[in-house]
Design a protein around this ligand. Sequence first.
Ligand code: DX5
Ligand code: ZN
Length: 223
Amino acid sequence: MSLRAVRIGPSIMTADWLRLGEQISAAESAGIDFIHLDVMDGRFVPNISFGFAIIEAVRSITSLTLDVHLMIIEPERYVDRFVEAGADVVTVHVEASKHLHSTLQAIAAAGAQPGVTLNPATPLVALEEAIPLVGQVLVMSVNPGFGGQTFIPGSLDRIRRLREVIDERNSQCRLEVDGGVKASNIGRIAAAGADSYVVGSAIFAPDVDVSSAIEELRSAANG
Ligand code: DX5
Ligand code: ZN
């Protein structure tokens, strides 16, 4: 059972691109809390997704929080452009930015909330010192690059340990989880200490009804 308010945000990565506006409206009517946008450069991850134009397009149809997850090398080069395009939260990988502290400061200076994340095999200690600088810590529960992958079970222990670190430091930052989140595992993810859930293929996929999928996820997260 979750002790925390449950925040659910669909990732448009697995949406039907020709019906993106319609799918976002359906998710918004079903009461989502934010929209997650996965930017991939074909260098940091072995896939290329989308950039500024799609973020601007999504910005033009919603006032929900746009949670931009940068899976790109040297994200500091593009922080201002992503904020101008409409990002409210910009999350960068510890593996991708050499001067993480200044990158996070640059995100805040550009007017967005900084977030930090790391790949499944990167030790959690790599982001601990960044906690006071961010509004959100993201635990990747798959190897970044593709939607529709299976949740890595060891992520639950990482979420638990990170929750302890966040609480020990008296930080109010959100603990978000991304990758393989489904109605069948979201209860355990919540119990481990997460509060924000990125969901791609369990919301946007052929034969999935957006509204009932969101309702099911929310009730499973609330136990
Ligand atoms: C993976 C992305 C995720 C992913 C979520 O690199 O960061 O946001 O698309 O999709 P599912 O929920 O299908 O794993
Ligand atoms: Zn993501």
